[in-house]
Write a protein that binds this ligand. Structure first.
Ligand code: DAH
Length: 355
């Protein structure tokens, strides 16, 4: 057993983990020396096996133990070396690296989701490339309906196999239809997202953001709509003196329809939301048109609801005091640094959603 004695000495002196692994394979691997001895036991006569067996097994144990203890020693030495050479001073100030910021639109979307989640609304989504059925027809805007011309729609080229060209959705209202189709009522959702219209000036960009709200239940009326919008606007602008005014209006997908104005006042020379010195329009809303409810396969005699829609970019501008919408999409680092939010500024109702 001289060889095995030498093996034990080699293992104890192995200089690193890869050398140690070679010794393990040469002894205990598939074609290792000890593996061969173990195999040989099978072909011995019982008398020889009873004397040789314990020796071979003892050797295997000894080699296994030597490997384990050398491995631990090498690993400990390795760790000690790292601890001695690598340092991290946790008391040093945070390195001054360029930090990204959360875009005001993302921040406002998070604020809206937080406010509406507290009122029991889930967040729903739909595609930005939408069929004309969802974007228009199901919302009670059949072909040739004048409302289709009101929105400067981007049409895609009609693809083979398509009856109709798709459009870039012009509003988030199609998510109402998709939600009603795939979820049984009662429903309470908001649908924030990108929308597209061929329009561009200081207050319009071809891509902008809307948020849609939809509630479907039994015995829903406009009082529910008014309370919901008031509660939402108070939470969003973080003021209790929010006044709203509902003006009769027309949207094809609601009946009756109302445009919602919010009161503003002048503070330190700036127009801010709150008070009642003047009014500005912030939302479109109404009771979901019975035809829209029927288009989604629900019985309008049983299910009613309200819906509303508004521009997220506009809400952000009003709340955080920016005046040119185009700056939102310029990716100007100075603007982002000034108006952006730190990623730890997660909106919560208890902390004030705009904290
Ligand atoms: N979809 C409308 C738009 O883009 C906004 C809107 C108005 C949405 C009234 C609604 C609503 O849900 O009830 O101009």
């Amino acid at each position: 057993m001289d060889d095995s004695h030498k093996l034990l000495i080699d293992i104890a002196a192995a200089s690193d983990l890869s050398v140690l692994e070679q010794y393990r394979v040469s002894a205990l691997g598939k074609s290792g020396s000890i593996t061969a001895l173990l195999k040989a036991l099978g072909s011995m006569d019982p008398a020889t096996r009873s004397t040789e067996g314990p020796k071979v097994h003892a050797l295997r144990e000894a080699v296994g133990a030597a490997l384990a203890s050398r491995k631990e020693a090498l690993e400990t030495a390795d760790l000690d070396r790292k601890l001695a050479t690598e340092t991290l001073d946790l008391t040093l100030p945070e390195p001054d690296q360029p930090a990204g910021s959360v875009h005001p639109i993302s921040q406002v979307m998070d604020e809206l989701a937080e406010i509406f989640a507290d009122l029991g609304f889930a967040v729903a989504e739909g595609p930005e490339i939408e069929s004309q059925w969802y974007n228009f027809s199901a919302l009670n805007m059949p072909e040739n309906h004048p409302a289709r011309a009101m929105q400067d729609t981007f049409y895609l080229e009609r693809q083979e196999g398509e009856d109709e060209a798709k459009v870039l959705r012009t509003h988030t209202s199609p998510v109402q239809i998709r939600t009603m189709e795939s979820n049984p009522p009662p429903l309470r959702i908001i649908a924030p997202g990108r929308v597209y219209r061929s329009d561009s000036d200081a207050t319009h960009t071809p891509m902008f953001h809307q948020i849609e709200g939809l509630v479907i239940d039994r015995a829903i009326h406009m009082g529910h709509l008014k309370w919901t919008l008031e509660t939402f606007l108070k939470a969003f602008f973080e003021r209790d003196d929010i006044a709203i005014r509902m003006r009769p209006s027309y949207f094809p997908f609601t009946e009756p329809s109302a445009e919602v104005d919010v009161g503003w006042s002048v503070e330190r020379g700036r127009r801010v939301v709150g008070g009642q010195e003047g009014w500005m329009e912030v939302l479109g809303s109404g009771m979901v048109h019975p035809r829209v409810i029927a288009n989604c396969g629900l019985d309008p005699a049983e299910w009613q609801g309200f819906a509303f829609g508004t521009g997220v970019d506009r809400l952000a501008m009003l709340k955080y005091g920016m005046d040119d919408l185009r700056a939102f999409f310029d990716a100007d680092l100075r603007w982002l640094k000034h108006y952006g939010f730190r990623f730890l500024d997660v909106p919560t109702l208890s902390g004030g959603v705009g904290a």
